[in-house]
Design a protein around this ligand. Structure first.
Ligand code: HEC
Length: 282
């Protein structure tokens, strides 16, 4: 199946009735949104190294099934999301649904972003709309297969504010650890029997086994060491994070490095509760 060319998609968006442009959003809401953006690794796929600027998109993903590009998610009205209502941006982030009725290829991790709570999504959308619009068209995708359908549940109204449930909420939501750290089956679905046990990941990366397995995972790391790694990129061995892990820690305008100590500790606490799986990755 082919998807409509970008021009048509854009025309459809332009014809869609939209809300008035965002009036100066509440600075506190925008700041909270930037924090959520950082907890999502700075949505780094939308700012590849050669992008024109923050969120301008254009990162190419060559998959077995075709080619997709990360989209321009700046508030530019023509090439970005400037004409989308908050509800439309929310549906794209959490459900992979675009205003023109087309669906995003699930390389956009809505499987995880679906659980970003309503309050934090509202903040995230306000932040996305607050950054500089950049006019940067992105090439149309070309896929040899229909877009796989992934069912997602409803999100919480309010994000947990603290405690272990905050850690699980972040790891399984905005921070999408499992997107990279859980290997996939041939068809593309995640192999739940290897939850967080590492293996071949996105873009040819090789994410580590981060279960508590003593020899093949991070069972010897303390909670404090995991938390420190998320905020600094430094491992207990002194080695620095590399590959995609470095990308999400550093982020863009924000990244995991900006997690509060409490949130990093909560994620570490949750990671420690994940059952140990023996899986040697490297
Ligand atoms: C975009 C993909 C991606 C995401 C998202 C991601 N990681 Fe990683 N992670 C990697 C890759 C690739 C590596 C291997 C590179 C390295 O060890 O620095 C890695 C390495 C690690 C390591 C080092 C393990 C070791 O044995 O050295 C830890 C710990 C870790 N990740 C934890 C997490 C946690 C916790 C999250 C969610 C909060 C997360 N990662 C999200 C890709 C990712």
């Amino acid at each position: 199946m082919t998807s409509p060319p970008v021009v048509m998609v854009m025309a459809a968006i332009i014809l869609t009735l939209c809300s008035a442009p965002a009036s100066a959003a509440d600075p506190e809401l925008v700041a909270r949104g930037k924090y959520v953006f950082g907890a999502a690794g700075g949505c780094a796929c939308h700012t590849p190294p050669d992008a024109l600027g923050l969120n301008a998109g254009g990162m190419k993903f060559e998959l077995l099934f075709g080619v997709v590009y990360s989209r321009n998610i700046t508030p530019d009205p023509e090439t970005g999301i400037g004409r989308w209502t908050d509800a439309q941006v929310t549906d794209a982030i959490r459900r992979g649904e675009r205003p023109d009725g087309s669906r995003l290829f699930p390389i956009h991790p809505y499987e995880y972003f679906a659980s970003i709570a309503d309050d934090e999504t509202r903040a995230l959308v306000a932040y996305l709309k607050s950054v500089k619009p950049i006019k940067a068209p992105v090439p149309a995708r070309s896929l040899k297969i229909p877009i796989p359908m992934i069912r997602v549940g409803p999100a919480l109204k309010e994000a947990p504010r603290g405690g272990p449930e905050r850690g699980e909420y972040l790891a399984k939501g905005a921070a999408h650890c499992a997107e990279c750290h859980t290997p996939r089956r041939i068809g593309g679905s995640q192999d739940a029997t290897k939850f967080l046990a590492g293996g071949p990941g996105p873009e040819g990366s090789l994410p580590a086994n981060i279960t508590s397995h003593l020899d093949t995972g991070i069972g010897r790391w303390t909670e404090a060491q995991i938390a420190r790694f998320l905020r600094t990129g430094v491992k207990p061995s002194g080695q620095a994070a590399f590959s995609l892990m470095q990308v999400v820690i550093k982020g863009t305008s924000a990244g995991y490095k900006d997690l509060t100590e409490a949130d990093a500790a909560a994620i570490a606490q949750y990671i420690k509760t994940v059952p140990a799986i023996e899986n040697r990755v490297r």
